[in-house]
Design a protein. Sequence first.
Length: 459
Amino acid sequence: MIFYRYARDERNGSVGTRFHICCNSCQLHEDRIPVINQEYAPFLCARMTKKPNQVWENITVTGWGAKGVALAKVDGLVLFITGAVPGDVADVLVTRKKKSFAEGRVQRMITPSPHRTEPFCKHFGTCGGCKWQDLAYPMQLHFKRQEAIDALERIGGLELPDVPATLASGETRYYRNKLEYTFSNARWFSSADLAMGEEFVDRNALGYHIPGRFDKVFDCEECFLQPAPSDAIRNFIRSYAKEHKLGFYDIRNHEGWLRTLTIRTTTTGEIMVLLAIGHEDVEPREALLNALLETFPSITSLMWCINPKKNDTIWDLEMNVFHGKDHITEELRDAGHANLRFRIGPKSFFQTNPEQTQTLYEKVRELARLKGDELVYDLYCGAGSISLFLARHCKRVIGAEIVPEAIIDAKANAELNGIGNTAFEAGDLKDLLNADFIARNGRPDVLVTDRRARACTRT
C-alpha cells in the first residue's frame, strides 16, 4: 500500500506536489522528498514494505529487444534485462514477474560480453536517449535487422525473402539534424545525485524527458547526437536563463515562461533555433534572443512562438521570425542532375539523418528500377523528398499525404527545384486512395509507401 500527502516542497516552495509518506531510511522512492510526517512514518513504511526481489544467478543474455532492453530465457520465461547486452553473463535482480515474462536489471556482472564497448557519453544510462551505446555498432546493426524480421514474421505473419544486412550509417555521432529540448523546474536527480546528500537549491533543467516520466527532465550538459553549435546554444540559453532568473516551465501545474527549444541544422551549414514560451513578455524575450544572436551570429533562422497549451506540440501555433529566414535549406545529391534543395520550416518533417537519407533514397531508386516512362505513386510522401528524388528519373510522380501543411511544402519544393512532373494531394489514404484517385492520376507502375500499419492493411 502506498500513501500520499499533498504538502509544501521545501526545496522549491511549491504547493500541491504529491509525495510519498515514508521514513528517512526508505529508498523505495528516491525521486521524492522522503519525510513528510515523522510521527507516522515508521508505521506507514512498514505497511509499504515489499517482498524482497529475487536475484537470478548466472543468467546468459542471448538477445536484444525493443528500446535497448536485453533478453534471456529462464525456465520458459522471457526475461527483459536493463543494463545488459547479448553475450553477458550476470546476476539479475528481478523487479517484476508475470506468468510469461519477467523484468530485471543487472546486479552483478560475471562475464562481460565480447560485444560490449565503452559508452562515449557521460550521460549514458541516465538520459535514456542512446540505449545501445554500450553495444558495438556492428552488433547493433545485426539486432536491428533481427528486430525488423521478428516484427514482420511473428507479429505481421508475413513470409519474407532473404533480408539483406542493415545499411550502416557513415557517422554514429553528430549525425542528427534536429533536437528538441524541454525547460523544466523539476529536474531529475539520479541515485548518484541523491547519494551525495546535498540540498538541491537549483531544480531547473534544460534537456530531455526521463523515459516514462513526463514531469521530470534530465539536465543535459553534452550530447553527441547533433553537430556544433547545438550543445553550445543549449548551454548558453540555460546559463543565460538562470543568470537572469527567467522562469523555467512547471510541467505539472502548467505555469512558467520558458517551455521548449528546437535546434535544426543542415549539411549546408544553416542553423534554425526555435524558442517556445508560455506567454509574451517582450523585454526579456528580445534580450534573450539578442544575446543568443550576438553569441552565435551563424544562426540563419531565429524564431519564437507562444504556446499557452497543456502540450508541447507546435503544429497549430503561429511562428514568429526574430532574425533571418522562416526556413533553412537542405540539399541531396541527384545523380546526373543538380542537387535537390528542400525548404525546411519549423513545422516541416525531414529525415533526421541527412547522410543516411541520401543512402536510403538511392536504395529506393535502385529498387524501383526506373527506366523513365513509369508512373510512380509516393504514398505518405511528407514534404515530397522521395517524390522529387524519383521525379527526374521517371515520367510522373503522384504524392499523397494526410498532413495538408506537408503537401504545401511538397509543392513549394517542386517549384524550388523546377520540377514539373509531380502532383500532390492531401487526404487520409484510406479514403483518398480509391477508384476516383486512380481515374484522375492513372494506374501506377511503381508504388512507394511508408510502413504505417493502419495504412497498409490488407483488402
